[in-house]
Design a protein. Structure first.
Length: 311
């Protein structure tokens, strides 16, 4: 049995405009890294956290990585196993890009590797959801599932958990801009309407079905015209400065879609190529500067691999 492993897990875009809590996909960058070592003494401990500006807890009962790893060890009947964890935050916290998810997934992939892979990556999803529940109050899977499985993912049902990996056009590119605006996930969930009109629900169902159909058919135009949200985005967009002007800029520069990544404040677009994605990022960052807001940008294809071993 290996005694140590280093793992990278990717950031994710959840909701994907119209698919609130049921759609998500992984991207190549950013992401988080974990180094995990087996130790002789029982217990899961965190020995190092970097890149978090001191915001994440070391206490194993309060960190999403250690909590998920302990749940995993209990489940496979190895609670006596001792583990040391080093966490390297390579992506911004509170970005709407699945920061807690990437850390948790890296940890679970690492411990499963060290234990000889007794569980499939699909079987690891519920343990990652435990981490999400601790991080943001709700154990949703639209970040952790694509981070674990790679690609584009649909959560058809939560009870029972039913997750489907979807095909997608390989030429789809994603551009992401993270403005330095504070939008805590718990707060962003609280402002969502609890009652929805039947008219809006019908529009939303049609768009989700259209998006999934477009992915299967690899019909980029269908994907583009299906990515509209009449339920969540109209409320959450108020938390992002000049949201509708940003959308106009993106669409005028070749974007196929524009929306909020997760609960925000990051925004993302789909494009047909890397060049368009980079141009859109530059235009959006320039507009944020005009708003006196610093931002970070990324662009990548959809990540089909999920977590990977780095050494």
């Amino acid at each position: 049995m290996d005694r140590s492993v280093k793992v990278f897990a990717p950031a994710t875009v959840a909701n994907v405009v119209c698919g609130y809590d049921v759609l998500g996909f992984a991207v190549d960058q950013p992401g988080d890294e974990v180094i995990m070592r087996i130790k002789d003494e029982p217990g899961v401990v965190i020995t190092k956290i970097s890149g978090d500006e001191g915001r994440l807890p070391y206490h194993p009962a309060k960190n999403t990585v250690s909590v998920s790893v302990q749940h995993y060890l209990d489940h496979i009947g190895r609670p006596e196993v001792g583990v040391e964890i080093e966490l390297f935050k390579k992506m911004p916290i509170g970005s709407g890009l699945g920061s807690s998810s990437a850390s948790t997934v890296a940890g679970l992939f690492a411990i499963n590797t060290l234990m000889g892979n007794p569980l499939t990556q699909m079987e690891l999803v519920p343990f990652a959801m435990k981490g999400e529940e601790m991080a943001c109050g709700t154990g949703h899977a639209d970040n952790v599932a694509p981070a674990l499985l790679g690609g584009f993912v649909l959560i058809r049902s939560y009870e029972p958990l039913d997750i489907i990996r979807l095909p997608y056009p390989e030429e789809l590119y994603c551009s992401i801009v993270f403005p330095h605006v504070d939008v805590p996930t718990r707060d962003a969930r609280k402002i969502i309407r609890s009652n929805v009109s039947l008219k809006d629900a019908v529009v939303q169902w049609g768009n989700v079905a259209g998006l999934v159909s477009g992915l299967f058919l690899k019909d980029i135009d269908l994907i583009s015209r299906s990515m509209k949200d009449v339920i969540v985005e109209p409320v959450r967009s108020i938390l992002i400065p000049d949201f509708y002007k940003l959308r106009e800029i993106a669409m005028d520069n070749g974007a196929l879609s524009f929306g909020i990544s997760g609960s925000g404040p990051s925004v993302f677009t789909f494009t047909r190529n890397a060049d368009d994605a980079q141009i859109i990022n530059e235009k959006l960052k320039k507009h944020f500067l005009w708003l006196d807001t610093e931002s970070i940008s990324y662009h990548s294809p959809i990540n089909s691999k999920g977590p990977i071993i780095l050494d």
